[in-house]
Design a protein around this ligand. Structure first.
Ligand code: ADP
Ligand code: MG
Length: 772
């Protein structure tokens, strides 16, 4: 290309230099060839064009001398490999395979792929885990014992010591005029080779003052005359890595990637946002996050990247919602206040004003022309079921089918009973679909669902299985959404033709998290409990004193109340747990509760058996239900007023709150006893939170704080995209801001949204998460 030195990024000389190192490393050229070639190319950039030409001929001469001394033509192998490199460098894009990145190659690329770095983009966005500030040089005389210091000195002495068989020490002494420092490595004799006597080097590491000496073991070192210092004398990045891949290698590769490829990254924030927050440009951001020029610049770069993560994610989530407005509903509801009033008139109670408000919020949206996706949030016991039932009533009255899916058979069964009770008087047919149906029952139900004979389907996952077809499903409800994945909430919806979706959750989600989990849904909140509810009184009792709790239960039973005792190991699927529940039940039955009707429920039982036991308890056929956590969600027996949770310290706060929510469902005063052993400050904090608060939102915030979002009802499996730098708790304010900005952009700046590509993943079946 006319020797303009433009055809390779970074310049031809740099390109050759890098490859010379590789060639030397791979034994493709000798030391002499390496040195000669280095010399020839060193001032290529500053040479005039005719001189460049000369240099190329010389270079070729030196290099092709490898195997063929007779010809000036490069060997075929060298030639093709150079061609490939040139080509790939020219066509390099952010999606290019990492092996073509400068300084990587096939072997190293394998190690990097283990770290999840597959493309140039991955490399640029592989952020440091932390930084070490080695920017301040310390005079050797002033170094402190135990401190992490960076010193600079001249190599004064080098020694190899054989300490014992198989253990050698390399000792290099440097001198900076104020004192000597002894650098030591074990079994790394090559260390001293790279630092000739008399040269200046930087060394960083932990200082030990021993035997009157200043020592640094296994320091990071670097020649002080290297053009720019990478590993010492600056704020140095520390990357997450494996043993196979050293920090030095990673730093080199990433540094070179930032220099050579960051220009490929285009600005992915709208200009107005960049201006508004005075964000630094993308390239500089990448530079500063990897190799901060100062602590302040690093913070600025970080802030921008955190914002960017949230902003782009929110944009993706919001565009899911926007996409929905591009579809239209094929069915239409009878929207009439009278229907709701008629339904309410036949209930044993009046709607709370919060329930009423939410019902009308839903109806308003159903009157519109886009399919609905709405979340109803309401603390345990706030009365979500009846809200769903009212809307399903309207649905059937309008001539369509409705469906409600619950996470457990016990809950599906309970909904089935309630829905029959509420809806059958109007001639509405309700069917129950669970995994424990016989084949024959299933086929019959399927048939009547398809013909429309069944108006309302209640069920577990069995509802979304293949082969289940509705005649005209218009409205579906997913109860206790937090027990389902994000994917599953749309599966049910797909059984209809643009069916409307209502998801309900009793687990209050901190707002930050709900912006992500439910960011694409509209939200209604039932923020009021039905009247005459008394706050549940909560206590902690050490296991030793559990007998006092059991005596208390006896008193309550005398008054005609019922009680739950949750007796559990952590995992519901655990066989041991069922055994523990059984064993404990036997103990209690034959002991303190010998004169009381006790029944036992656990996850290993057949569905039919569980149903019978639940039904018996509901009808007050027994006074105490000893159970595993299978009763965690949804179970509703208003006459039960005492909840005892054994080994409470083993549960998460959200789960404890759910369990406690099984009582306090009627007008009688209810009680909850958390029992266990407090083994750590953390479990003390958690139980104190439970005892002192009954507000689900307070508890959820605390839970998020104590456990982190990773654990919070399995966020990962809920399809929350991975956040690299952002932290849901620490950066919640930024999330809120980014959300607002994203909303404004979606509403106003469609050009930008069209151009944007989102690289995280949002696992929602409605869209791949890409904005096109
Ligand atoms: P959750 O929101 O936890 O799912 P449920 O829908 O199971 O709560 O309702 C809890 C209990 O409150 C049920 O027994 C239900 O019949 C009752 N309930 C619901 N709404 C009202 C109301 N407006 N007035 C009185 N009781 C109500
Ligand atoms: Mg419920």
């Amino acid at each position: 290309m006319g020797l303009k030195n433009l055809s390779v990024m970074g310049g031809f000389d740099l390109y050759i230099k890098n490859n010379l190192h590789k060639a030397l490393h791979n034994n493709e050229i000798s030391d002499t060839q390496f040195n000669n070639a280095q010399k020839i190319i060193s001032d290529y950039k500053t040479s005039a064009i005719p001189d460049r030409k000369k240099k190329l001929f010389e270079l070729r001469k030196v290099l092709t001398g490898v195997k063929e001394n007779t010809t000036l033509k490069p060997s075929k192998a060298v030639k093709t490999s150079i061609d490939i490199k040139i080509k790939s460098a020219q066509k390099m894009s952010l999606e290019s395979d990492i092996q073509y990145a400068k300084g990587v190659g096939p072997q190293l690329s394998l190690k990097m792929k283990v770290l999840g770095i597959n493309t140039i983009r991955d490399l640029l966005y592989y952020f440091p885990r932390r930084y070490e500030d080695r920017s301040n040089l310390t005079a050797i005389a002033n170094t402190m014992d135990g401190a992490f210091e960076t010193v600079k000195g001249r190599v004064h002495d080098k020694r190899e010591l054989r300490l014992r068989k198989g253990l050698t020490a390399t000792k290099v002494t440097i001198d900076d005029g104020t004192g000597f420092a002894v650098l030591t490595w074990f079994n790394q004799p090559y260390k001293s080779k790279s630092i000739p006597m008399g040269t200046f080097i930087y060394a960083s590491g932990k200082v030990e003052k021993k035997f009157g000496e200043t020592q640094i073991q296994n320091p990071e070192i670097e020649l002080a005359n290297e053009e720019e210092n990478l590993h010492t004398a600056r704020i140095v990045p520390v990357y997450p890595s494996t043993e196979n891949l050293s920090q030095r290698t990673l730093r080199k590769i990433i540094k070179s990637a930032v220099e050579n490829y960051s220009h490929l990254v285009s600005e992915n924030l709208p200009e107005e946002i960049v201006l508004k927050y005075d964000f630094m440009p993308v390239q500089k951001t990448l530079q500063e996050i990897h190799y901060p020029s100062s602590a302040g610049e690093k913070v600025k770069a970080e802030a921008r990247l955190i914002y960017e993560e949230f902003f782009l994610m929110q944009l993706a989530i919001l565009s899911l919602r926007k996409n929905r407005t591009l579809q239209s509903r094929s069915h239409s509801y009878i929207i009439d206040k009278k229907l709701i009033e008629e339904f309410e008139a036949n209930l044993p109670f009046k709607f709370t004003s919060a329930q009423k408000r939410v019902i009308y919020e839903i109806l308003m949206e159903l009157a519109g022309s886009y399919p609905m996706s709405r979340l109803v949030q309401g603390d345990v016991g706030s009365g979500k079921t009846i809200v769903a039932a009212a809307i399903i009533y309207v649905t059937v009255k309008s001539g369509y089918q409705g469906a409600i899916m619950a996470p457990t058979e016990i809950l599906a069964e309970q909904h089935y009973k309630k829905f029959r009770q509420y809806l059958e008087p109007y001639g509405i047919n309700v069917g129950l679909f669970t995994g424990s149906l016989t084949k024959k029952e299933r086929e019959a139900l399927k048939e009547s669902l398809k013909t429309g004979e069944i108006n309302v389907a209640v069920g577990t996952h069995a509802l979304i299985q293949e082969g289940i077809e509705f005649k005209n499903l218009a409205f579906c409800v997913v109860d206790e959404q937090h027990k389902f994945g994000v994917m599953q909430r749309t599966e049910l919806q797909k059984k209809g033709n643009n069916a409307d979706l209502l998801v309900m959750t009793a687990t209050p989600i901190p707002r930050t998290l709900s912006l992500i989990l439910y960011g694409d849904l509209s939200i209604s909140v039932i923020d009021e409990l039905p009247p005459n509810r008394q706050e549940i009184k909560s206590f902690f009792r050490p296991l030793k004193k559990i007998d006092t709790v059991y005596s208390f239960i006896k008193e309550e039973i005398k008054k005609g109340r019922q009680a739950y005792i949750v007796c559990s190991l952590i995992d519901e699927s655990d066989k041991i747990e069922a055994k523990a529940a059984l064993a404990h039940a036997e103990e209690l039955k034959s002991g303190i509760f010998s004169d009381i009707k006790v029944s036992v429920l656990h996850g290993k039982m057949k569905a039919q058996e569980k149903e019978e036991i639940m039904e018996n308890f509901r009808k007050h056929g027994s006074d105490i239900l000893i159970s595993t956590t299978v009763i965690e969600v949804g179970v509703d027996v208003p006459n039960a007023t005492v909840m005892v949770i054994l080994n409470a310290e083993r549960f998460g706060l959200a789960q404890l709150h759910q369990l406690r929510g099984r009582v306090g469902r009627g007008s009688e005063q209810s009680y909850c006893f958390f029992s266990g052993e407090i083994k750590s400050q953390e479990s003390r904090n958690r139980l104190e939170t439970m005892v002192s608060s009954s507000d689900g939102f307070v508890i959820a915030e605390k839970d998020l704080e104590l456990r982190g979002p990773g654990d919070f009802c399995g966020t990962r499996q809920h399809g929350i995209p991975e956040l690299k730098l952002a932290d849901l708790i620490r950066d919640r304010k930024i999330l809120e801001i980014a959300r607002k900005d994203a909303e404004n952009i979606i509403a106003s700046n469609t050009d930008f949204v069209k151009k944007l590509k989102y690289n995280g993943e949002i696992s929602n079946s409605e869209s791949s998460g890409m904005i096109h």
